[in-house]
Design a protein around this ligand. Sequence first.
Ligand SMILES: [Zn+2]
Length: 262
Amino acid sequence: MATLWQAHPLCPPEARNRLQDIVQGLPEAYLLPPQTGEEFENPESCLRRLQGYALSKGFAVIKVSGSTDSKRVRIQYRCIHHGKQTQNNRRLELHVERDSEGRTITQRQRESTHTQQMNCPWSVYLSLRKIRGTSQTALLLGITHLEHNHPMAINPLQYRPHLRLDEEHSKALKMASAHRASYLGYTTSQRILNKEGLSLSRTDYYNLHREQKAGEVHHEFEALIWALDKAGFRYACRADNVFNEAGELVSRQIQQIWFALD
Ligand SMILES: [Zn+2]
């Protein structure tokens, strides 16, 4: 897990934690620049990896051409700022709305900034090619250009393609929160989340409910669960949980705990 990743120091506080949670939950390999010859099972996993990388750097990727229907697969991915600037875009920039302190903060302006056409050359492609030294073919990544011609965004969550990641993260938190309340271990919770195409970092998982007023009594119990989970024990707990109308845990009582080492 990419636990050391930090958001830009100027990233707005309301986005910072979400952004760090999402990026820290990504597979560490996503944070490395795309490499020639990276192999993918399907175009979806390729886009997920590229989008993860883009999020960690401060841009977004979009698929601009290609189809998987034909036998000759070749899909091109470019930076979201790849388009050529038109007269219209330029005019929009001149009419920037500002607040009393001269900052450009309206939603309209923000959107126009993040879809701005800058003719950015960043471009990679996925194609079905022979694996070197074998007769097998695979979906391999090719690099056209890895430089951008614009600064990286301070809060990349504002790019539309990353909003989906943000929604998935909220969904993962919600599901994991229920697992945590039932004292499911991180590994078990993660297995359930993975089936839905979701994931959450171990730290985030154990931070859930930490501030909840379930009583000091549970403190040692929490430590026991954490230790069992880290040491690779299989365990199960039976707890009676009481939730309020908002779905928040208000109290719980442990009835049983069972654990074993495989
Ligand atoms: Zn770019």
